[in-house]
Ligand binder design. Structure first.
Ligand SMILES: [Zn+2]
Length: 312
């Protein structure tokens, strides 16, 4: 059985809205409850987060923006933008989320664990260099990729983003470099509006961004087809040193915030495909980072299923 890390901490529940918001602590509570009840914890390596340092955040974000987030600790509740709220504990949660992902990624790189699932919030993939977007504060997966790139001199990091929304922030972070290969499956045209087929990178990054925009209502075949037919061959050429996944669960049929029609089985199948690619190209090194997903009784089951896949 593979050694799989599971990152979770109640501190991730402290980032909370003052009125109803789809991205709320109940999401992570549902995941933690399902993992707890699954009995898998006896076999997982439980990872406690350590806060990111300011310099980690600055690997991907502007200092002025970091300072703006840090300053919210003085304020009970507020909004960065119409979609993205904060409370006085948001900064702490966000620093531990980013730092926890770094810790999990380093444990994988050091061979302490084979792979990891990071059950964190606030989510990250919409977050841009200098501003919040779409419920996201710091871009956890982009910060993780930058940290691993800096500390291990990695030259080929693959990010697969299977959240039902386009990860605009992550795409933009690595748009001009060949050192990160970014691929995204997402509903289109739909929020955030980016992620067309002809967005493929620029400069030395040309060809290292791969977008799979899916028509509204697209199902399992449209979801899995491009992964098998285009992403896997791209990985065969790229030979990643680690695969990072923006694991969102909102492509699921019943999700109220994305209009795709993807079954739980297909979302598990994509996890299996990503894990198999990691085994083929990078000694199984793969780190999943939670993004969206809003159907509470599904996301818990999905994460348990994905942990089992990683453990196989
Ligand atoms: Zn999403």
């Amino acid at each position: 059985m593979k050694k799989v890390g599971y990152l979770y901490d109640p501190v991730f529940l402290e980032h909370r809205p003052d009125s109803f918001h789809p991205e709320n602590p109940q999401r992570l509570k549902a995941i933690e409850k399902a993992v707890d009840e699954s009995g898998l914890k006896d076999y997982l390596i439980l990872i406690k987060p350590e806060a990111a340092r300011k310099e980690d955040i600055l690997l991907n974000h502007a200092e002025e923006y970091y300072n703006r987030v840090e300053a919210t600790q003085e304020i009970e509740f507020g909004n960065f933008d119409p979609d993205t709220y904060f409370c006085k504990d948001t900064y702490r949660s966000a620093m531990l989320a980013a730092g926890g992902c770094i810790k999990a990624g380093k444990m994988v790189m050091e061979g302490e664990i084979d792979s990891a699932f990071c059950a964190v919030r606030p989510p990250g993939h919409h977050s841009e260099h200098g501003y919040t977007k779409g419920f996201c504060i710091f871009n956890n997966i982009a910060i993780l990729a930058r940290r691993l790139w800096a500390d291990y001199n990695l030259e080929r990091i693959a990010i697969l983003d299977w959240d039902g929304h386009h990860g605009n922030g992550t795409q933009h972070a690595f748009y001009d470099t060949e050192r990160v290969h970014y691929a995204s499956l997402h509903a289109f045209p739909f929020y955030p509006g980016s992620g067309t087929k002809n967005e493929t990178g620029t400069g030395s990054g040309k060809g290292y961004t791969l977008n799979f925009p899916l028509g509204l209502g697209a199902g399992d075949e449209q979801f899995l087809g491009p992964v098998k037919e285009e992403w896997l061959p791209a990985m065969s050429d790229y030979r990643p040193e680690i695969i990072l996944v923006s694991a969102g669960y909102d492509a699921f049929t019943a999700d109220p915030y994305v209009f795709l029609d993807v079954s739980p089985e297909a979302i598990s199948e994509i996890c299996r495909i990503a894990k198999a690619a990691a085994e083929e190209y990078c000694d199984g090194r793969i780190v999943l980072v939670l993004e969206g997903g809003y159907v509470l009784d599904y996301i818990g089951r999905a994460v348990v299923e994905h942990l089992k896949i990683l453990m196989e």
